[in-house]
Design a protein around this ligand. Structure first.
Ligand code: HEC
Ligand code: HEC
Ligand code: HEC
Ligand code: HEC
Ligand code: HEC
Ligand code: HEC
Ligand code: HEC
Ligand code: HEC
Ligand code: HEC
Length: 261
């Protein structure tokens, strides 16, 4: 995947910083080498090194200028700014502040990323999905029948790890997201083929006669969540067939959870 470049804001700022460190190479280079003489542990056995570290320790630890022990620092850990502002100095803030922000971000970017280097891709402290399962119980992902992309650990085929304009940090509104891989669902009546010609509503946004959007009603069983694919199917895994949310021996069994006939 190569959506890394949009994560970098103000390439000019970086260029300037890189240039600055080139102009003062003799000084800054030697200073970083000095830092690493005592702090080699932060990079040891961690082949993925943060681009910012290559720009110099002082690109973040601007408040540690000398090697006196203990260091004189003007800010906690001599950092230029607290997180996440420190990171937004080089990374586009808008990607982390969309409508639905992952509550994990409140714990700091370093809840998941090492600021210096890591043995794992993307400076993560653990591989995905292990990284996620530090805070989210594995149980919901490992019921009897797993959804194929979940079984493959592909959380990011559906979620953004940081923020999104959609509920549950989904990459797209749910109907679009699911039908991208399951377009057969849009091609013939779904769920109630035997009952009507048109199929069950599936949480898509429809248009009324004058073209105004009609949003789906709330899920009758889950207050505050719009009715959608996830009203009938678990998106991660399920003990029931077809990833159903309910133990439905027959299709009618499924209907009875929401409709009384
Ligand atoms: C991208 C910004 C950034 C850069 C560049 C950076 N650091 Fe850090 N460093 C941090 C942050 C953030 C913390 C605090 C981590 C925490 O609180 O979990 C930290 C913490 C530390 C600590 C405290 C111990 C630890 O591991 O938490 C040491 C030592 C340290 N950095 C040394 C260095 C050295 C040496 C360099 C240059 C080779 C460097 N840092 C470059 C952001 C940076
Ligand atoms: C002579 C060895 C030595 C050198 C050189 C050195 N450090 Fe340290 N550093 C230490 C020791 C020992 C500690 C732990 C004691 C302390 O907190 O001061 C430490 C602590 C730190 C911490 C954690 C401070 C905190 O408040 O928790 C940071 C960040 C850090 N060093 C960054 C740097 C940077 C950046 C450089 C280069 C400019 C550097 N160090 C150079 C030995 C060194
Ligand atoms: C001084 C500028 C600077 C700061 C500050 C900075 N970064 Fe970066 N970051 C970079 C550069 C440069 C790259 C490499 C970009 C690339 O490869 O596309 C990068 C890449 C990354 C990557 C992707 C690593 C990979 O292997 O693909 C992560 C994750 C990251 N930064 C997290 C952070 C976090 C968390 C903070 C705050 C603690 C932070 N950055 C602060 C400059 C910075
Ligand atoms: C809950 C864990 C978590 C937190 C907290 C978190 N990230 Fe990430 N971040 C990830 C994961 C997982 C990826 C890798 C996504 C992927 O592989 O598609 C990632 C990727 C990145 C990348 C690289 C994007 C790319 O594709 O190269 C950057 C930059 C980044 N994060 C910065 C940050 C910053 C800045 C913060 C704090 C505002 C932060 N992250 C907080 C989990 C987290
Ligand atoms: C440091 C802890 C932590 C880590 C690690 C973490 N999360 Fe979260 N996440 C939370 C908290 C806290 C919430 C809010 C409570 C909840 O829904 O469980 C949350 C909520 C979510 C939500 C629901 C958001 C909403 O709007 O309903 C999603 C989706 C999510 N996380 C995905 C992930 C993914 C994917 C990963 C791995 C890349 C991950 N989380 C790693 C702490 C974490
Ligand atoms: C096929 C798409 C898809 C994949 C892959 C996926 N999720 Fe989800 N996830 C969703 C949807 C849709 C929701 C919202 C469900 C709802 O309405 O309750 C959700 C909700 C969540 C929540 C909020 C709590 C909850 O259960 O409602 C968390 C946490 C979460 N996902 C984490 C993950 C993690 C971690 C992975 C990777 C192991 C992952 N997801 C993979 C689609 C997916
Ligand atoms: C990245 C592609 C992808 C996305 C996105 C995706 N799925 Fe799937 N899904 C699959 C694959 C692959 C299978 C297994 C093969 C098949 O049945 O088509 C599957 C199977 C299913 C099944 C049948 C399970 C069974 O036991 O027969 C259901 C139900 C399902 N997905 C629902 C959803 C829902 C709901 C969403 C949106 C939250 C979604 N899918 C999003 C790839 C995806
Ligand atoms: C009202 C409940 C309901 C809703 C809402 C719903 N489904 Fe289904 N889904 C079913 C039923 C019933 C079946 C058929 C099970 C069977 O074959 O016995 C099914 C089967 C599936 C299958 C398995 C393959 C197939 O076509 O039989 C997939 C994939 C699937 N649904 C995806 C979705 C997606 C994507 C959405 C949202 C766009 C969605 N479903 C919304 C009830 C629902
Ligand atoms: C999770 C709850 C849920 C389940 C399970 C469910 N429904 Fe529905 N059903 C709804 C909601 C909510 C609506 C209204 C949706 C809308 O207007 O967008 C609805 C609408 C309908 C409609 C009216 C369709 C229309 O175009 O106005 C029929 C008929 C229907 N359901 C039959 C069924 C049958 C048959 C089943 C079993 C296969 C079933 N439902 C399963 C929640 C559910």
């Amino acid at each position: 995947m190569s959506w890394s470049s949009p994560f970098l804001r103000r390439p000019l700022c970086i260029t300037v910083l890189v240039l600055a460190s080139c102009f003062s190479a003799a000084y800054s280079g030697a200073q970083d080498a000095d830092c690493l003489k005592c702090h080699e542990a932060i990079l040891k056995n961690r082949p993925v090194v943060h681009g910012a570290v290559q720009m110099g320790c002082s690109s973040c630890h601007s408040g540690i200028a000398d090697a006196t022990i203990p260091h004189k620092t003007t800010t906690p850990r001599g950092l230029l700014a607290p997180q996440p502002d420190l990171c937004y100095g080089c990374h586009d803030k808008t990607l982390f502040t969309r409508k639905n922000v992952h509550p994990a971000l409140a714990l700091g970017c370093t809840a998941c990323h090492n600021p210096h280097a890591s043995a794992k891709p993307k400076l993560l402290s653990a591989e995905v999905p292990d990284q996620c399962e530090k805070c989210h119980s594995k149980a919901g992902f490992s019921l009897k029948n797993s959804h194929v992309p979940v079984a493959g650990g592909m959380c990011f085929s559906c979620h953004d790890p940081h923020s999104s304009d959609n509920m549950a940090m989904l990459l797209k509104p749910m109907f679009e997201l699911c039908t991208e891989c399951h377009d057969q669902v849009t091609k013939r009546p779904h769920a109630i083929a035997g009952f009507t010609q048109s199929g069950h509503p599936l949480g898509q946004v429809r248009k009324d006669r004058i073209g105004k959007d009609i949003f789906p009603p709330d899920d009758p069983l889950r207050e505050g969540r719009p009715f959608s694919c996830a009203s009938c199917h678990f998106p991660h895994s399920s003990d029931f067939r077809k990833l159903f949310r309910f133990e439905a021996r027959s299709t009618m069994d499924l209907c009875m959870n929401c409709h009384k006939y």
